[in-house]
Design a protein around this ligand. Structure first.
Ligand code: ZN
Length: 678
C-alpha cells in the first residue's frame, strides 16, 4: 500500500491524500526525524553545519512538508474524518518541534560549530538558531533553569485564564431590547437579535457584546441610553468595574501575575525587563527606540486627530443636536458624518472588479515590477477551482503557487499565504529546491453566470497575500532557515504585503484593472475620488488610538513595576496621547488579549512600525514614477534585490537601508493617510 504523504513527488499529492494516510505517515516521519536528531547529537557526530543539515534538516523537511500538506487540507477541505486524523497527530507534531527547539544536546552541537566555517547565509541561520536556544533558557543552570520552566508553564496557564475571563465576560452579558430602543439599527442586525431572543423563548431583541452586534448598535442605534448601557458593559468586561455577578471574571490579578512573571523571566535571561527580551529577535533595537518612534508619530498625527474631533463635535452639534458628546456617542456621530460626506455603495463599486480582470491586473504589475512572467501550470489540487501558476525569469523556474480564491463549505474563512516548501540548496542532493506557496482567499462566487465580483477590500486582500507570496517565492537565498519569509523579523514581515496594498489605491493601476461586469467600462474617476476620501476618514484619530495601545504596551513591559497598579500608567498614556475623553470606569486593558494572551507583548507597536516601512518603501516608487504613470523598473529591481530576495538572511534594517539609502521615515505613511500639508 503506498502512502501519498511518503512518496517522493515533486509537489504534494493533494488529490490523493486521504484521512487514513495521515496517522501512519506522520508517525513514520516523526520517527525518522527523531532518529535523525539522535544521529546528529551522538558524541562522535561532526559539529559541522552542512553535515548536521544533511541529516537533521533533510528529515525535518520531509516531516514539515508532509505536515504542511495535511494542515493545509485541514484548512481548505475540512471533513470530520480529516479533522479527527489531524487532531490525533497534532499534539505529537507540536511536541516534536517544541522539544527540538529546546534539545540541549543539539544546542551543544550547534555551539561547537566554528562560526568561521559558515557562509553568510548559514551564519545568519546559525545565529537565529543559537538565539532561539538561549531565549528558551538553554544557558540556564540548576535552580534558575527549573524556575524558568515553572514560569513558562504558569504563564501558559495565566494566558489561558485571561482569555477565558475575557470570553466568559463577553458571553455573560445580554440585554433584551425593545423595538423602539433599536431605532436606527440595520434590519439584519435586528433580525439576528430577534432570532436570538426567540431561541430562548424571550420577548424583544437579544443584544450582546460580540462584535457583529455591539459594533452596529454603537454605530447606528439612535438611543444614546442604549449605547451607554452597552458601552458600560463592554469597557468594564473582565474587570473590577463590571456589574454584579460579572465581577467574577476580573482579570486584574491574572494580569499582575503575568507581568511579574515576564519581568522575572527577563531577569533570569539577563535583561532588565521584558520589553528588552521581546525586541531581541525583532527589527526595533530597544524599547527607547520604539517609545520615541511612537511619540514622534503621535506628535505628527495629533493636529489631524484634533481636527477629526473638532469635525465630529461640530457635526454633532449642528446636525444631530448633541451638544456635549459622551464616549458612547463618538461611533454613532462618526458613522453619520461618514454617510453625509462620502456615501457610495460597495455594491456599485463591486461591479467594476470582476475577478479575472483583477487577477490579470495584479499579474501584470508583478511581471513588470519584478521582471518575471507568470503562467498557468499543472499540479495535483484539492478542489477543481484551485489554480496553479509558475513564475519564471528568462525561462528559468523561480517559484510556483496555488491560488485558491473561492469561499466554499469546509474551508476556513479569511485569507492567508502559506509555504508549501522553501527555497533551499539541499545538502543531500545538492539540487536547488524552488519555493512553492499557497495563496488562499475567500471570495464570493459569481452569480447568474457572471464572474466573481470582488469588493475593494477583497482586492486589497489579494494584493496583500500576493505580497507575502512574492517575499517567499522571489528569494535568492539558499539556506532554508533564512530564505524567503523564514527568519524575517516579526515586526518587518508585513512590509512586502502592505507594500502591495498601495497599488490598489492608484488611479493609474485601477483604471486598467477595472471593467464593469456588464458594460466593460473602467472605474469612473468620481467614484475613485470618493473611495480615496473615505479611506482617510478619521485617520488621525485612529492613528492616536493605535499609539495609545502600543505605548501602554511598551511602557507596561519596561518602566512599569509589576507590583504596582497599572491603571495610573494607562491614565498617564491616555492623557499624553488620546484626543477623546474616556470614562473613569473604562477598563479596556482587561481584555487586551494581544498582549496578555497573544504573542504581542511589548510588540503591539509592530502594526504601526510595519506600516511606516511599507509606506516608505512604496514612496520610492512614487518618487521615481515614469511619465505615463507606470512604476520605474529600476526601482522595482532595487526593491526586489534589496528586500524580497534577501529574505531573512540579514537584518531587515540592513535590507531597508540597502533599498532606501537611509533609515525609515514617517513622512510617506502620514502623507498616504492624508496627514500631511498639501
Ligand atoms: Zn499579512
Amino acid at each position: 500500500m503506498s502512502n501519498p504523504l511518503l512518496e517522493s513527488s515533486d509537489l504534494p499529492l493533494f488529490d490523493r491524500i486521504t484521512p487514513a494516510d495521515v496517522g501512519p505517515a506522520i508517525d513514520i516521519l516523526l520517527a525518522r526525524a527523531s532518529e535523525a536528531l539522535e544521529t546528529v547529537t551522538a558524541p562522535g557526530f561532526p559539529a559541522q553545519w552542512q553535515a548536521i543539515s544533511a541529516v537533521l534538516d533533510v528529515a525535518t523537511e520531509k516531516l514539515g512538508t508532509a505536515w504542511a500538506a495535511v494542515n493545509h487540507l485541514n484548512s481548505v477541505a475540512d471533513t470530520p474524518e480529516l479533522r479527527a486524523a489531524y487532531n490525533q497527530v497534532l499534539p505529537k507534531v507540536t511536541e516534536f518541534w517544541t522539544n527540538l527547539g529546546a534539545d540541549e544536546r543539539l544546542y551543544a552541537k550547534y555551539k561547537a560549530i566554528d562560526p568561521a566555517s559558515l557562509n553568510k547565509e548559514q551564519r545568519a541561520a546559525w545565529d537565529h538558531a543559537m538565539r532561539g536556544f538561549v531565549l528558551s533558557g538553554a544557558e540556564l543552570q540548576g535552580a534558575a533553569k527549573e524556575r524558568f520552566a515553572q514560569i513558562q508553564a504558569r504563564s501558559a496557564e495565566l494566558a489561558q485564564k485571561f482569555s477565558e475571563n475575557a470570553l466568559d465576560a463577553t458571553d455573560a452579558f445580554a440585554y433584551y431590547a425593545t423595538a423602539e430602543e433599536l431605532d436606527g439599527v440595520p434590519a439584519d442586525v435586528q433580525q439576528a437579535a430577534r432570532a436570538a431572543a426567540e431561541a430562548e423563548g424571550k420577548p424583544g431583541f437579544k443584544l450582546t457584546l460580540k462584535m457583529p452586534c455591539y459594533l452596529p448598535v454603537m454605530q447606528f442605534a439612535r438611543s444614546s441610553a442604549l449605547r451607554e448601557k452597552l458601552y458600560h458593559a463592554y469597557v468594564t468586561r473582565a474587570s473590577d468595574q463590571a456589574e454584579g455577578e460579572a465581577k467574577r471574571f476580573d482579570n486584574t490579578e491574572v494580569m499582575k501575575e503575568i507581568l511579574a512573571l515576564r519581568k522575572e523571566e527577563a531577569q533570569l535571561l539577563g535583561y532588565a525587563n521584558f520589553g528588552e527580551v521581546s525586541l531581541v529577535p525583532k527589527m526595533a533595537d530597544s524599547p527607547r527606540q520604539v517609545v520615541d518612534f511612537l511619540r514622534d508619530l503621535a506628535r505628527r498625527a495629533r493636529p489631524y486627530a484634533e481636527k477629526d474631533v473638532a469635525d465630529l463635535r461640530e457635526f454633532a452639534r449642528k446636525e444631530l443636536d448633541i451638544a456635549d458628546p459622551q464616549p458612547w456617542d463618538w461611533a454613532f456621530i462618526g458613522e453619520k458624518l461618514k454617510e453625509a460626506r462620502y456615501s457610495f455603495s460597495e455594491q456599485e463599486l463591486k461591479q467594476y472588479f470582476p475577478a479575472p480582470k483583477v487577477l490579470a491586473g495584479l499579474f501584470k504589475i508583478v511581471e513588470t515590477l519584478f521582471e518575471v512572467s507568470i503562467r498557468r501550470d499543472e499540479a495535483p489540487v484539492w478542489n477543481s477551482s484551485v489554480e496553479f501558476y509558475r513564475i519564471e525569469r528568462e525561462g528559468q523556474l523561480v517559484g510556483q503557487f496555488y491560488l485558491d480564491p473561492a469561499a466554499r463549505k469546509g474551508k476556513r474563512g479569511g485569507a492567508w499565504m502559506d509555504d508549501v516548501r522553501t527555497r533551499w540548496l539541499r545538502p543531500d542532493t545538492h539540487q536547488l529546491q524552488t519555493p512553492v506557496a499557497h495563496l488562499v482567499c475567500n471570495f464570493a462566487a459569481g452569480v447568474e453566470g457572471k464572474p466573481p465580483l470582488l469588493t475593494h477590500d477583497d482586492v486589497i486582500t489579494l494584493f496583500h497575500e500576493t505580497g507575502h507570496g512574492l517575499h517567499h517565492m522571489l528569494t535568492q537565498v539558499n539556506d532554508r532557515d533564512v530564505s524567503g519569509i523564514a527568519g524575517v523579523e516579526w515586526d518587518a514581515v508585513e512590509l512586502p504585503s502592505q507594500f502591495m496594498e498601495n497599488f490598489c489605491w492608484e488611479w493609474d493601476v485601477l483604471k486598467h484593472m477595472t471593467a464593469h461586469v456588464d458594460t466593460g467600462e473602467p472605474l469612473p474617476r468620481a467614484l475613485y475620488d470618493k473611495m480615496i476620501a473615505a479611506k482617510n476618514f478619521q485617520s488621525g484619530m485612529q492613528t492616536l488610538r493605535q499609539i495609545e495601545f502600543a505605548l501602554f504596551d511598551m511602557l507596561l513591559h519596561t518602566e512599569h513595576s509589576p507590583a504596582d497598579d497599572f491603571m495610573p500608567l494607562l491614565a498617564r498614556v491616555r492623557s499624553e496621547v488620546a484626543v477623546l475623553p474616556t470614562t473613569a470606569y473604562n477598563r479596556m486593558a482587561h481584555t487586551f488579549s494581544h498582549i496578555f494572551a497573544g504573542g504581542y507583548a511589548a510588540g503591539y507597536y509592530s502594526y504601526k512600525w510595519a506600516e511606516v516601512l511599507s509606506a516608505d518603501a512604496y514612496a520610492a516608487f512614487e518618487e521615481t514614477v515614469l511619465p505615463d504613470g507606470s512604476p520605474n523598473p529600476e526601482t522595482g529591481r532595487k526593491y526586489r534585490q534589496s528586500i524580497l530576495e534577501a529574505g531573512g538572511s540579514r537584518p531587515a534594517m540592513e535590507s531597508f537601508k540597502a533599498f532606501r539609502g537611509r533609515e525609515p521615515q514617517l513622512d510617506a505613511l502620514l502623507r498616504h493617510q492624508g496627514m500631511a500639508q498639501a
